[in-house]
Design a protein around this ligand. Structure first.
Ligand code: ADP
Ligand code: MG
Length: 635
């Protein structure tokens, strides 16, 4: 490594001696004392005064300064919760859960009572709830039931710099309701200094800056580019562990698989280090990690040991782990991108932006001077990294958002007040997809089907499949399929067949059966929870539960109803079977892979969506072309 720059700290403070408190035995009073040591505490009264004076405020503060955990409590203490709930949105599920757990501890209340959280398919709130942490997507859905958010007195759109799709849409919606709800307070909080843009968007809202506590961070680069960043990360962690003074390590990785690989290799390699070297505790953190294990990263490191946290981007700004002195940054993250022409969405490993790299480095300088090891060259940093990540709204499929906005009665999407508008091509494609699914009519208006679809917190293709199951009398099977698909890839090591859910049910939801079949009990239970909720929603849209397990074609037709244009031409169609398939996901890794596949008959497409497919589109003898639907869906 070459040491080539130092990011200067902004402020040095003496009160950072809170590290070695055993959180487990910490009494509420001690937590209360700890709250007072956070950088935001000094600005508590000033902040509350600003909230009183202005309707909208942009708040900027270094990660870890206490924005997420403290501001909602300050508002509660100042009496805002007497007028309505305080909402605080998070782009990530894990962050919403973890922060809610922390705040309930600080307030000495049971999680789900005064302080709760709400994430998709999991509502941990009650009548009593005053402070509600939630994913930005959940608040977006709450607009459907309560378009003026009447039950809230304050909405804090947190982690605004992340610019997720839901956050960007929320911006437009909360800005709109703030005009006719002068009593509603809006806080837009962000970890980056790029606050002017938020302020401009919210009609020159004042910016409240919380000076951070930040120590200098030494940044080291590799001399030459690394061929294998996984290997380089492992070597760097071991080098830090063997040569550097005490302090925990944070490694940024792109996803669960990478984290598991490194976890395993590190365990293996440290076994051979002997007793002279301190113990290395390995703590993974990613979205699908069981909640019990997530809490582990916050446990103080035992005396004489060193902790290495293997994290996804979640540790960049959403979560703050105390005690980190070293950051290892390979410089990559998974980024979703979307090609509106083909309708293909992919999740690929990409270089991070300069803004991300600096956030990551900053994580090592929170409690004392830190070091950041970048596994790329300073030339790479200077010349290859973009300044900022492109907002999600400009690189994603918009079908879901368009359906939500249409159900909120927002018809004119082109003139929606976007902070950064999506490409018009992507907007058109979304309208076309919704038209193909019969969610919109040819004038672009929401149909009855579309209205029913919007009730389900699912991708429009899955909600259409459920709505269509009514006709084929197989809603029972179809919601099982939808819930299994919603749990993602964590059920099967290799997709076996769709019977998994029912077989598990026959064993009376047996844990043993899951072990025997290498199936994750947790994922199955989650599927069951989701299924229960979907069953409830069926009732709401008045679809009867009916089972048609013997008629596979009926089920497949329902599935087909939820798809459009998602088939591929094969080079040599005569020799490959099946000729026509439907897939749930297209994953681009080394090649393009279809995941969760079933066969269909092409004439079903014409039967199911005659407004979109014609026989000649699905003519099996000639070369197949993707059907054209352009121009039929109106804006
Ligand atoms: P910000 O939102 O400004 O980044 P936070 O409010 O998230 O800051 O964090 C403030 C402090 O609370 C940090 O020191 C962090 O370590 C602590 N904290 C946050 N969540 C947890 C948790 N789940 N367990 C333990 N400590 C936490
Ligand atoms: Mg935060």
């Amino acid at each position: 490594f070459v040491k080539s720059s130092v990011i200067e700290g902004t402020q040095h403070e003496e009160d950072s001696d809170q590290e070695d408190i055993d959180e487990k035995d910490m009494l509420k009073r001690e937590l209360q004392d700890e709250r007072k040591t956070l950088p935001i505490y000094k600005f508590r009264d000033e902040l509350l005064k600003a909230v009183e004076e202005y309707q909208v405020i942009v708040i900027v503060g270094e990660t870890g300064s206490g924005k997420t955990t403290q501001i909602p409590q300050y508002l509660h203490e100042a009496g805002y919760t007497a007028k309505g709930k305080v909402a605080c949105t998070q782009p990530r599920r894990v962050a919403a859960m973890s922060v809610a757990a922390r705040v309930s501890q600080e307030m000495g209340v049971k999680l789900g009572h005064e302080v709760g959280y709400s994430i998709r398919f999991e509502d941990c709130t009650s009548e009593k709830t005053l402070i509600k942490y939630m994913t930005d997507g959940m608040l977006l859905r709450e607009f459907l039931g309560e378009p003026d958010l009447a039950s809230y007195s304050v909405v804090m759109v947190d982690e605004a710099h992340e610019r997720t799709l839901s956050t960007d849409i929320l911006f437009g919606l909360v800005k709109d309701i703030s005009r006719f709800r002068p009593d509603l307070k809006l806080l837009i909080s962000s970890a980056t200094l790029d606050a002017e843009k938020f302020s401009d968007y919210f009609d020159s809202a004042p910016i409240f800056k919380i000076p951070g506590r930040r120590y200098p961070v030494e940044v080291h680069y590799t001399k030459a580019p690394e061929a294998d960043y996984i290997d380089a990360a492992i070597v760097t962690v071991l080098q830090i562990h063997v040569t550097q003074p005490p302090g925990d390590i944070l490694v940024f990785l792109t996803g669960q698989e990478e984290i598991e690989t490194i976890d395993e290799i590190l365990k293996h390699r440290t076994r051979g280090l002997g007793t002279k070297i301190a113990e290395l505790l390995i703590c993974p953190i990613y979205a699908n990690l069981p909640t019990e294990l997530q809490a582990k990263i916050f446990e103080p490191t035992p005396e004489g040991a060193r902790k290495v946290v293997l994290a996804t981007n979640i540790a960049e700004t959403s979560l703050t782990i105390d005690g980190i002195k070293y950051v290892v940054d390979p410089g990559f993250c998974k980024i979703k991108s979307y090609n509106p022409r083909t309708g293909m969405e992919s999740l690929l490993i990409n270089p991070i932006s300069k803004a991300s790299a600096n956030q990551r480095a900053g994580r090592s300088g929170r409690t004392g001077p830190g070091k950041c090891f970048r596994l790329y060259t300073s030339y790479n940093y200077m010349h290859d990294l973009e300044d900022n990540t492109v907002p999600e709204i400009q690189r994603t499929n918009l079908a879901n958002v368009v359906l939500t906005l249409k159900s909120l009665g927002i018809h004119d999407l082109v003139n929606f007040d976007f902070m950064d508008p999506p490409p018009s091509e992507a907007l058109l494609k979304a309208l076309e997809q919704l038209f193909a699914l019969s969610a919109l009519n040819s004038r672009g208006e929401l149909t009855k089907t579309g209205r029913r679809m919007a009730e389900f917190p699912l991708d429009p293709m899955l909600s259409k499949m459920i709505v269509a199951s009514e006709k084929y009398k197989c809603s029972d099977e179809v919601i099982s399929i939808a819930s299994m698909l919603s749990v993602g890839n964590s059920i099967f090591y290799r997709p076996k067949d769709k019977q998994v859910y029912n077989t598990w049910k026959e064993t009376d939801y047996s844990t043993q059966w899951c072990y025997e079949n290498y199936i994750q009990v947790r994922s199955m239970k989650r599927a069951r929870d989701i299924r229960d909720q979907l069953e409830g929603l069926l009732e709401r849209v008045e679809i009867e539960i009916s089972s048609n397990a013997s008629d596979l074609d009926a089920i497949k037709k329902a599935i087909t109803s939820g798809k459009n244009g998602s088939y591929r031409t094969v080079k040599n169609p005569q020799t490959v079977l099946p000729r026509w398939v439907i897939y749930h996901e297209l994953v681009l890794t080394t090649k393009e892979y279809m995941r969760q596949v079933t066969e269909l008959k092409p004439d079903w497409l014409v039967e199911i969506a005659p407004h979109y497919y014609q026989l000649k589109d699905v003519d099996d003898t000639g070369t197949k072309k993707l059907p054209k639907g352009q121009g039929r869906a109106a804006l």
